[in-house]
Design a protein around this ligand. Structure first.
Ligand code: IVH
Length: 682
């Protein structure tokens, strides 16, 4: 056997043992023998670098740390699933599927693939001619981050697929979930404890923290696993007709798939599977938050299609959110950016839904009264997934005799200003404005945030110090910061201070839309700010506009117009704006309603129905960022009607007026191309 044959033999042996250990859970070699094979391969590759292949098992680690993750556009969008919480919602799903597939015969049951719903992170693995070439996170579903070097370190991910019984497609993107097995999580935390390092809260957080590391060596040191649950894209080859056969085939190619998957029939089959997995949940090697049902026939999946970013052919049947009982120690009141006072329950620590919970939101005064929550009560706390924990109800029979109903403070707990509640609102607000340190901190953080002035490096710890030490009282004070005052702060090295000053300087050049958004006017979000900038073209025109003029801006109604007018009339705000301009903050002003550059410049769009992958918000944002306008109703001024599924009467109206009707794919073409003339559809 020559060297290259020996290298090929050793690589195949090591791959086979990885597969047996990490995928089949049936090792046939001990650690020492495995290490011997591995070291021999390493030695041969070092001595013969020309024979080193990128898919060699020795190449799982060793890539240099990245400066940042590069973004990748998914070959097909990575969608999410709709949820069902009870049996009747599952029944409704089965009914919709039957209707969609026109299954009228009551004796015929739909075949489903039923699988665990892994509680990890979605990734896509791209193989070309069976070789792993790229791996990406889900991101926003359309684009994700390239984490190939990190995914290579997972030994459950084959760097080359096994031959199996049938050929791989030339291009194959496998979708699945990265997670940490419970036993590996426990061991990792023991290791963290022993090393005096911070422990991870739950396997999901540990997996997330380990995967998004710029240094792949850190990922390699963490026991991550991958499980495949589908295919995102395939080209140049045939795939099986059913989803369950597809998973079998992925397994034959060496990819890990859940052994708990079953092919079941009809509603009874689905519910029996849910009950069975529910009973076995605690004994599974990994955390799951439900099960997933998918119509098994892949052609039928195609026919059913998608609605509003989720497939019609699949659903997640979630387990009920976990609940626990604990003691309500205190109710404290937090102050938000616009002064809203939010009561927060301080709880005796309790482990629920995979984390230790010590705080839960109580929303507002009315909510507390409705649930009659009092300090000293035993309360039921619920937490599901990443949702903020909440107090569900009080165990009134355990209430101490001395307990008193909660009263919302009449003054702000942070600055002492009066708290006011208007008749039409459920929340009370601190009237202190920027005088209130809590509001000031939030205002500064909002001003600096990415979508506003985008000042990198100004985090909440820093803002706390700057405001508490009276160095910053308004956002304009940021532009007066000097190196000396910054390095005097806790934990700020000179280099970071300089970077921050550079970021502040850079932020001076901005756009009118960002500036308006950064002001933090109540009810003025990013897209309203953009509309205002486009409509008025200049800040002074906006500042002097009356309510009637404001309401001429698309989507600005009486409430928003009144918020803007109140803000602009307030002398403090005028002063703050003058200071920002004096500090050198500037943008390019234009004529009112002047068209802005961009492929959709000046075009008016109306949206109707449900688009296959984009939400309404994302579609509107895409249109606006390309210079187009989004309006709420169809008129003669409308250039395009963007129509999705179940479009309403806007579609008829647009047809009547001869407005061009486009779908999501055509929108994407428009976005990608230079300005296009409006042509009339038939
Ligand atoms: S199928 C078209 N199957 O759940 C949708 N997803 O809300 C394809 N997930 O982020 C998803 N286990 O990462 C599918 N057996 C399973 C799954 C699963 C976990 C995750 C998935 C996605 C989320 C969907």
């Amino acid at each position: 056997m020559d060297v290259s044959e020996r290298i090929a033999f050793l690589s195949a042996e090591i791959d086979r043992h990885n597969h047996r250990y990490y995928v089949l859970d049936a090792p046939t070699i001990n650690d020492a023998d495995y290490d011997r094979l591995f070291r021999e391969l390493q030695a041969l590759e070092t001595a013969n670098p020309q024979l080193l292949r990128s898919d060699s098992p020795t190449q799982r680690v060793g890539a240099a740390p990245l400066a940042e993750f590069v973004s990748v556009t998914h070959a097909s969008p990575m969608l999410s699933l709709n949820n069902a919480f009870g049996d009747d919602e599952v029944a409704a799903f089965d009914r919709r599927v039957r209707e969609g597939l026109a299954v009228d015969d009551d004796t015929v049951e739909v075949a489903y693939s039923a699988e665990p719903k892994f509680d990890g992170l979605a990734v896509g693995l791209s193989y070309r001619h069976g070789i792993f070439v790229q791996g990406a996170t889900r991101g926003d579903g359309i684009t994700g981050e390239d984490i190939t070097v990190n995914l290579r370190t997972l030994r459950s991910i084959p760097l080359r697929l096994l031959p199996g019984d049938s050929a791989w497609p030339e291009q194959l993107e496998v979708r699945g979930e990265v997670l940490m097995l419970r036993r590996d999580f426990e061991r990792l935390n023991q290791r963290q404890r022993a090393a005096g390092e911070k422990e991870f809260v739950n396997p999901r957080n540990a997996a997330a923290g380990s995967l998004r590391q710029l240094d792949p060596r850190i990922t390699a040191s963490r026991p991550l696993r991958f499980f495949a649950y589908g295919v995102g894209f395939a080209d140049g080859g045939e795939l099986p007709e059913t989803h369950s056969a597809l998973l079998d085939r992925l397994a034959a190619w060496g990819l890990p798939v859940a052994s708990e998957r079953r092919r079941v029939h009809g509603l009874t089959g689905l519910l029996a599977y849910h009950a069975d997995i529910g009973r076995r949940r605690a004994n599974l090697p990994y955390d799951i938050d439900g099960v997933v049902y998918k119509v098994d026939d892949r052609a039928a999946q195609q026919r059913l299609g998608f609605i509003s970013r989720a497939p019609r052919f699949a659903i997640a049947h979630k387990f009920p959110a976990e609940e626990a009982v604990t003691q309500l120690l205190d109710i404290s009141v937090q102050v938000g950016r616009t002064g809203a006072l939010t009561p927060v329950a301080r709880l005796a620590p309790v482990f629920v839904g995979g984390v230790t919970v010590t705080n839960a939101t109580l929303h507002n005064e009315d909510e507390i009264r409705r649930k009659d929550v009092r300090v000293g009560d035993s309360v039921v706390v619920r937490r599901a997934g990443d949702v903020i924990p909440e107090v569900v109800r009080v165990l009134v029979d355990q209430r101490p005799a001395t307990s008193q109903p909660f009263v919302m403070p009449m003054t702000c707990p942070v600055c002492g200003s009066a708290a006011a509640r208007s008749d039409d609102e459920a929340v009370s607000r601190c009237t202190g404005g920027l005088y209130c340190p809590a509001q000031c901190k939030q205002a500064v953080l909002h001003f600096a945030s990415r979508r506003a002035m985008d000042i990198e490096g100004l985090g909440d710890k820093l803002v706390d110090q700057l405001v508490d030490q009276h160095i910053v009282r308004t956002p304009a004070d940021l532009y007066r910061l000097g190196l000396l005052s910054l390095v005097a702060l806790d934990r700020l090295a000179e280099k970071s201070a300089n970077n921050l000053l550079a970021a502040i300087e850079k932020s001076k050049q901005t756009t009118l839309a960002r500036f308006i958004y950064a002001l933090g006017i109540r009810n003025v979000g990013e897209s309203t700010a953009r509309d205002l900038a486009r409509h008025f073209g200049s800040l002074d025109r906006l500042l002097t506009a009356d309510v009637g003029q404001l309401q001429q801006v698309p989507d600005v109604g009486p409430v928003v117009a009144e918020s803007i007018r109140l803000f602009c009339a307030e002398p403090h705000n005028q002063e703050a704006i003058a200071q920002l301009r004096a500090a050198g903050v500037h943008w390019q002003e234009g004529d009112a309603t002047a068209p802005v550059g961009g492929p959709l410049s000046g075009k008016v769009f109306v949206l109707t129905g449900t688009l296959p992958t984009l939400s309404r918000d994302s579609a509107s944002q895409l249109i606006q960022s390309a210079g187009g306008k989004v309006s709420g109703s169809v008129s003669k001024k409308t250039d395009f009607l963007l129509a999705g599924d179940e479009a309403g009467n806007k579609l008829d109206k647009a047809r009547g007026l001869g407005v061009t009707i486009i779908d999501e794919a055509q929108l994407r073409t428009l976005l990608a191309n230079a300005p296009m003339e409006t042509t009339t559809d038939d």
